[in-house]
Design a protein around this ligand. Structure first.
Ligand code: AKB
Length: 317
């Protein structure tokens, strides 16, 4: 039987592309998109869409029953930079939405849950290079705290209630279709837009701030791979480290300048520098590669080529 999925937060950066790919794989009517508002016209027009508040258990349940949903992807969250501006709201949204979905699985209303964690789960005391799967975790952002606590609850619901919850720790995700909202890694997308429109980018991180990053195609693939993996192969039920590449703003700027030689970059670090400084430079994701055969495809050159090509085309169309 084909799975029927509900995506909560479907208008967002990752949610929108996950929805499109799932609609191709499962059929449009088997993928119910939802968000707190209709903020992505193309997405709303592309198949079933419901306004759902991720903090409202009954709202989610009503739609799960209406569409006979068996799997939920919870993509709604307040990210690191916005979370620092609204700490209580970030805690409230990120935790209540997770509990709503875990509890629907606990009562067997849905069978499977995907919930994203992040490299934000790590903190300044974590080893920075090739950060291991299991290590010191003392996040200093509210977003990171919600991810760390969320991971503990995912594992708890799996161990104690048999909830089939699966999770990966996303690095910064680079994409061109939908803009990201309120993250620290957003510079790696802003820079492409500004390179094309202005030939110059003023970066909010220093030139040598290395962060783990990944292209959207790889992120969507990882998400679907872990969801398709055999239950017994998903050995980690908190969240898996996931990695593709790591680079600094300067390295990214140099790569862009290979194609736009007149491109220049300046650096004006703001409050997001402190967040970036608390995160790893690179991630050891050997558990994901071993347990469910994770493999990335896009390196820095391929990402840069694809971003510039697609955004230039979008600018003239
Ligand atoms: C952010 O920067 O907050 C996110 C993340 C790394 O989870 N992109």
């Amino acid at each position: 039987m084909v799975s029927r999925v509900l995506i909560i937060g479907a208008c967002g950066q990752i949610g929108s592309e996950l929805t499109n790919t799932l609609r191709i794989q499962l059929g449009v009517d088997n993928v119910i998109a939802s968000d707190i508002r209709e903020s992505n016209e193309a997405l709303v027009a592309s198949g079933p869409f419901e306004i759902i508040d991720a903090k409202d258990f009954e709202d989610i349940k009503k739609n799960v029953l209406k569409y006979n949903v068996d799997t939920i992807y919870l993509m709604a969250a307040m990210l690191s930079a916005t979370g620092e501006k609204y700490p209580e709201k970030a805690w409230d949204l990120n935790m209540s939405s997770l509990f709503n979905v875990l509890n629907l699985a606990k009562e067997n209303t849905v069978k499977k849950v995907f919930w994203p964690s992040s490299i934000a789960v790590f903190g300044p005391s974590t080893p920075k290079i090739n950060t291991p799967q299991q290590t010191v975790m003392e996040p200093t952002t509210v977003y990171g705290i919600t991810k760390q606590v969320g991971e503990r609850w995912c594992e708890y619901y799996f161990n104690n209630y048999g909830v089939d919850v699966r999770s990966i720790r996303y690095p910064g995700i680079i994409s061109w279709k939908t803009l990201p909202g309120g993250g620290t890694t957003d510079y790696a997308i802003d820079i492409f837009h500004k390179a094309i429109s202005d030939g110059h980018y003023d970066c909010f991180l220093t030139k040598s701030t290395a962060l783990p990053m990944m292209f959207m195609e790889d992120a969507v693939k990882a998400t679907l791979d872990i969801m398709k993996a055999n239950t017994n192969d998903v050995k980690i039920r908190s969240s898996y480290n996931l990695s593709a590449i790591s680079f600094t703003p300067q390295e990214l700027a140099d790569e862009i300048a290979k194609q736009i030689p007149e491109f220049t970059i300046s650096y004006t670090p703001d409050f997001r520098q402190k967040i970036a400084d608390s995160w790893p430079n690179s991630i050891d994701d050997s558990s994901a590669r071993q347990d469910w055969n994770w493999n990335h495809s896009y390196d820095l050159e391929a990402i840069t080529n694809e971003m510039l090509l697609q955004l230039k085309e979008k600018a003239i169309s």
